[in-house]
Design a protein around this ligand. Structure first.
Ligand code: B12
Length: 209
């Protein structure tokens, strides 16, 4: 089995102790961090499909997620790169009702790597908490919202509305997550959408330039 296939299989199987070592071996063998990440993202798609098909349940999904996060931790210093530029401040969080944070953490890492100071509010973040965080950080220029469930898309909509209604200005809102589309972003009045962490980093740079 190739190294990437081995990583994918072990993430799928939720081998939290094995994955970090395999990821380090792949890096040492010269694999690009982005291809290693892609192998782990593929694994999560398989896990999601198996969950949909009723072949696995929440505990298996959880442990696979943990294994991926452990692998991402090893990749983080490589993906984070040079942080010397200072482009501003970004508040990020997963919206209320949603506990998924692997994608949000990757987005935070990649936006941070382009030179933003990151304030990560975590998961299950209420609209009030987002508004409060922006008030506490008047120099914020990006607010990034993540949602992974179709059932938390309304929560994203309410959060954007609450931020707009607060009257606070001087920042742009970017949204993303598996069920989110450009169309939905437009519909709820967000300033931008990106499909993945790399795209998010490019987009926020455009938003502040
Ligand atoms: C791991 C996982 C979990 C873990 C989460 C662990 C964690 N710490 O995050 C646990 C076990 C907790 C979990 C729970 C649930 N889950 Co879940 N989960 C997954 C799984 C398998 C992987 C998610 C993941 O990490 N993907 C890898 C990352 C890298 O990708 P990503 O999150 O999509 O992020 C990328 C982009 O979306 C984007 N992005 C993300 N955020 C942002 C933000 C911005 C601003 C931008 C620009 C871009 C962006 O960039 C990221 C990086 O490139 C997915 C299946 C899948 N294919 O995604 C199901 C999935 C999301 N879960 C699902 C479900 C149903 C649930 C539960 C309701 C199950 C249950 N019955 O309890 C609960 C809900 C709990 C809750 N309230 O949130 C469904 C959602 C269906 C839907 N459309 O609503 C999925 C799709 C599985 C499926 N096929 O049915 N889950």
């Amino acid at each position: 089995m190739s190294k990437l296939a081995e990583i994918k299989a072990n993430v799928e199987a939720g081998k939290t102790k094995v994955v970090p070592g395999l990821v380090q071996e792949a890096l040492d063998a010269g694999f690009d961090a982005k291809e290693i990440l892609a192998a782990m993202v593929d694994a999560m798609s398989v896990v999601g499909d198996k969950f949909s098909a009723g072949e696995i349940f929440v505990p298996e999904m959880l442990i696979a997620g943990k294994a991926m996060q452990k692998g991402v931790d090893v990749l983080s210093p490589v993906l984070a790169g040079d942080k010397s530029a200072s482009l501003g401040k970004c508040i990020i969080g997963t919206v209320k009702g949603d506990l998924h944070d692997i994608g949000k953490n990757l987005v935070a890492l990649m936006i941070g790597s382009t030179g933003f100071e990151m304030i990560d509010l975590g998961v299950d973040v209420s609209k009030e908490t987002f508004v409060e965080a922006i008030k506490e950080n008047p120099d914020t220029n990006i607010v990034a919202l993540s949602a992974l469930l179709s059932t938390t898309m309304p929560s994203m909509k309410e959060t954007v509305a609450a931020i707009r209604e607060s009257g606070l200005t001087g920042f742009k809102i970017i949204v993303g997550g598996a069920p989110i589309t450009q169309e939905f972003a437009d519909e709820i009045g967000a300033d931008a959408y990106a499909p993945d962490a790399g795209g998010a980093a490019i987009k926020v740079k455009e938003l502040v330039s």
